[in-house]
Design a protein around this ligand. Structure first.
Ligand SMILES: Nc1nc2c(c(=O)[nH]1)N[C@H]1C(S)=C(S)[C@@H](COP(=O)(O)OP(=O)(O)OC[C@H]3O[C@@H](n4cnc5c(N)ncnc54)[C@H](O)[C@@H]3O)O[C@H]1N2
Ligand code: MOO
Length: 436
């Protein structure tokens, strides 16, 4: 009954159907992982005063080498004093340069002299300042007043939090992230803490996996538990999701063509099913619907992804379709997975009918003196029930629907599903010391 759409069409349909969520005001510590809803502008210059780069002596650079009285101490966190030519001031890193001084001589370039009879501290400037500005951070040299330190639509990470704090943006406008509910469906499912499995039972993996994946994308997750293969129970769970005002509902299981697969018919009754079959392996029965009448707290209706029950199918479709949707809702300008190229380490049998997303572990591989390239190690058997094929996978190889075997050593495109900073280290990559 459903037309089989391509993965590209499925992704486009989803991204066309959703809108970025509105901006909210968050305390700066909570903004990490969010997209900024406004430009953040520095009100003052940084440093807000000419500041010493070194521990040493503030000097009038024209005075040059020689023995000097230490007139006073200029410490970080105090107001700038007034220095007269012919004397110096002891200064600490970050302290305001005294008025009248124009440079700093680091302590290593000086010699402490015995104090005078009146207790006056004295110092010998052995190696003088090269000129005005030496070892001084000029006012506004790190950040100018009025400078845009963070642009609207940029992603906030730890360094950006530091910048927000620096410019005194204690609260900031950011895009809200989707609130997600997860629901597993199936009579066979029991909770993970069930020690002994009864006849026909398996433990629910998808709900926990999908909740973790949504949380990793920074979403708040509501756990709707397990619904039996009973339309009334499934509908009641949908009602719960709507009542809780979530933006996105992720179901798993019950989207295939069996007469106990209730998800699609319920979605048809309650809203619009945009597609119910995608030409991809795994994940063919992936279903996408919007329930327009079901206004959540955002008043935007509910977006529903009916993910296939096979665990690998559910997590692969999450990565390929749901994650870009969550990112787009969170305001990402380019929400799709990042593509790289990698060379296969072993021969891979292709599926003649559906493009396959072969789970692989990418690592860096060098050949001889060359710069090297990403190598893709298959995670083994790819049947969509075998969740071990996702273990330690950091990429999905995009394999074409062709009859035959792809030989080892083929260059393929791969979509990143994990952070390459944690990729395996199969060989020691030496430090490169550039020479020219
Ligand atoms: N006649 C056909 N049958 C099937 C087709 C088809 O085209 N024609 N497609 C197959 C494909 S491809 C997939 S993928 C599955 C998807 O089926 P459902 O989404 O309806 O999922 P279920 O039948 O409920 O379950 C499939 C499989 O996964 C296990 N499962 C389900 N939920 C969980 C969970 N939360 N945690 C762990 N494991 C789960 C379930 O026990 C089944 O083994 O349909 C094929 N059939
Ligand atoms: O879509 Mo299914 O995931 O091929 O087993």
């Amino acid at each position: 009954m459903y037309r089989m759409v391509s993965i590209a069409e499925a992704q486009k349909t989803v991204l066309n159907a959703i809108e970025p969520l509105p901006s909210i005001s968050l305390g700066l510590s909570d903004a990490v992982g969010h997209i900024l809803g406004e430009d953040v502008i520095a009100r003052e210059p940084l440093p807000p005063f000419p500041a010493s780069i070194k521990d040493g002596y503030a000097v009038v650079s024209a005075d040059g080498p020689g023995d000097y009285d230490v007139a006073f101490e200029a410490l970080a966190g105090t107001a700038a004093g007034q220095l007269k030519a012919g004397s110096v001031a002891y200064i600490t890193t970050g302290a305001p340069l005294p008025d009248g001084a124009d440079a700093v001589v680091q302590v290593e370039n000086t010699e402490k002299l015995p104090a005078g009879p009146d207790g006056q501290q004295r110092v010998r400037i052995v190696k003088p300042a090269k000129g005005p500005g030496d070892d001084v951070r000029a006012l506004g040299s790190d950040i100018a007043a009025g400078e845009v330190v963070l642009a609207k639509d940029s992603l906030v990470g730890a360094a950006e939090i530091g910048l927000l704090a620096t410019v005194g943006a204690a609260t900031v406008q950011v895009r809200r992230k989707a609130r997600v509910a997860v629901l597993s469906t199936g009579d066979e499912l029991v909770e993970p803490d069930q020690e002994t499995l009864g006849p026909g039972q398996i433990r629910d993996a998808n709900r926990f996996m999908l909740a973790a994946a949504a949380r990793s994308a920074g979403c708040d997750v509501t756990d709707l538990g397990i619904a039996r293969d009973d339309p009334a129970e499934v509908e009641a769970k949908f009602g719960e999701a709507i009542a809780q005002g979530v933006d996105v509902l992720l179901t798993s299981g019950g989207v295939s063509v069996g007469d106990r697969d209730f998800i699609k018919p319920i979605l048809e009754r309650q809203g619009t099913v945009h597609f119910g079959k995608v030409c991809m392996k795994p994940g063919k029965p992936l279903t996408f619907a919007t329930l327009d009448g079901a206004a959540g707290s955002s008043g935007r209706g509910l977006v529903v992804f009916g993910l296939p029950g096979n665990p690998v199918s559910s997590i692969v479709t999450f990565n390929l379709v749901v994650l870009p949707a969550l990112r787009a809702m969170a305001g990402w300008a380019e929400p799709r997975l990042r593509r790289v190229h990698a060379r296969t380490q072993s021969a891979i049998k292709l599926d003649p009918e559906r493009p396959e997303y072969h789970r692989a572990s990418l690592s860096w591989h060098r050949t001889g003196e060359s710069a090297g390239e990403l190598a893709a190690a298959s995670t083994g058997g790819q049947i969509s029930s075998r969740l071990l094929s996702m273990r330690s996978a950091n990429a999905l190889l995009e394999l074409p629907a062709v009859q035959g075997v792809l030989p080892a050593g083929s260059l393929v495109s791969a979509l990143l599903i994990d952070d390459l900073s944690a990729m395996p280290v199969p060989e020691d990559i030496p430090l490169v010391v550039p020479s020219w």
